[in-house]
Design a protein around this ligand. Structure first.
Ligand code: OAD
Length: 240
C-alpha cells in the first residue's frame, strides 16, 4: 500500500523538503497553468509572462496579474497547504520550496517557504529596484508607479529571467540534504524545479510524488500517490 510506504519513509526521516506547484492551490479555486482549464490555455506565456511583454504593454501584463491577485486574495488555504504547515513542525529540518506566487503557504502557517518564482504581493521598481509589499486589490492605477516615478512590476520570475540566486541555492541545499522530498501538484514542466525530484533520487533520497495524474517523474519516484493533494497530504501528515 503506497500511502503506508510513504508514511514509513516520512517516519524514518530527519530532514524533509517539499516542492509544490499550482496543483496544491487548485483546491483553493486557483487555476493551474497547464491542462484543459489551465491559464496557458487562455494566454500565451510570451504575451504575459516575459520581460518583453511587460516592456511592450505593462498595462496588459498588470491587468492579468491584477486578476490573479484578485483570485488569490479571495482564495483560502486548503487542507494541502495546512498539511504541509503541520509537517513543518514534525521534523528537525523542513524546507518548503514553492513555485506558487499566491502566498497561500504562508497564510496556512508555513514559516520556512522559499518562493522561487516570486510573490504576487510584492512589487519591484524597474528604475530604483525597490521591492515593497503591496496587498491592495485592486491597485489604484495600472500600471502602478514607484515613489521615484519608475514603473513597478510584479516581483515574480518571468520566462527568460534567472531565479533569485539566494532562494535557488537555498532550495538546492534543501534538496541535497533531505532524506525525503515530497513533490506535490507540479507538472515538472518548468526548470529548475522540474529537475529537483531526480536530483534528490540521484543521491539516494526518497521521493514521494502527489499528483492527480502521472508526470515524467512518476515512474522514477519512490512512491507515486495519485489523487488530490488536499486529500493525500493530510493523510500523509496524519501518519507522519
Ligand atoms: P502546472 O499547471 O504545470 O501543473 C499543475 C500540476 O498539478 C499538474 O501536474 C496537475 O496534474 C496537478 N494537479 C492539479 N490539480 C491537482 C490537485 N488537486 N492535487 C494534486 N495535483 C493536482 O503548474 P506548475 O507545475 O506549478 O511559472 O507550473 C510550473 C510553472 O509553470 C509555474 O510556476 C509558472 C508556470 O509557467 C512561471 O510563471 C515562471
Amino acid at each position: 500500500m503506497s500511502l503506508a510506504e510513504a508514511r514509513r519513509l516520512l517516519a524514518a526521516a530527519r530532514s524533509v523538503a517539499a516542492l509544490t506547484g499550482a496543483g496544491v492551490s487548485a483546491e483553493s479555486g486557483l487555476a493551474t497553468f497547464r491542462g484543459s482549464e489551465g491559464l496557458w490555455r487562455r494566454h500565451r506565456p510570451e504575451d504575459l509572462a516575459t520581460p518583453e511583454a511587460f516592456a511592450r504593454d505593462p498595462r496588459l501584463v498588470w491587468a492579468w496579474y491584477e486578476e490573479r491577485r484578485r483570485a488569490a486574495a479571495a482564495a483560502r488555504p486548503n487542507p494541502a497547504h495546512e498539511a504541509l504547515a503541520a509537517l513543518e513542525n514534525r521534523f528537525p529540518e523542513f524546507t518548503l520550496i514553492t513555485q506558487n506566487v499566491d502566498g497561500l503557504h504562508a497564510r496556512a502557517g508555513s514559516r520556512r517557504v522559499l518562493e522561487i518564482h516570486g510573490c504576487l504581493w510584492r512589487t519591484r521598481c524597474c528604475s530604483c529596484g525597490e521591492v515593497r509589499e503591496d496587498r491592495r486589490v485592486p491597485l489604484p492605477a495600472l500600471p502602478p508607479r514607484c515613489a521615484c516615478e519608475g514603473l513597478l512590476r510584479p516581483d515574480v520570475v518571468w520566462f527568460g529571467e534567472p531565479l533569485p540566486f539566494e532562494l535557488l541555492s537555498g532550495a538546492f541545499r534543501a534538496v541535497d540534504a533531505c532524506d525525503v522530498l515530497i513533490v506535490a501538484g507540479t507538472s515538472g514542466a518548468v526548470q529548475p524545479a522540474g529537475s529537483m525530484g531526480r536530483r534528490a533520487l540521484a543521491r539516494g533520497a526518497a521521493v514521494i510524488e502527489v499528483n492527480l495524474e502521472r508526470t515524467p517523474l512518476s515512474g522514477e519516484a519512490t512512491v507515486f500517490l495519485e489523487g488530490r493533494a488536499g486529500e493525500i497530504l493530510p493523510a500523509l501528515a496524519r501518519g507522519a
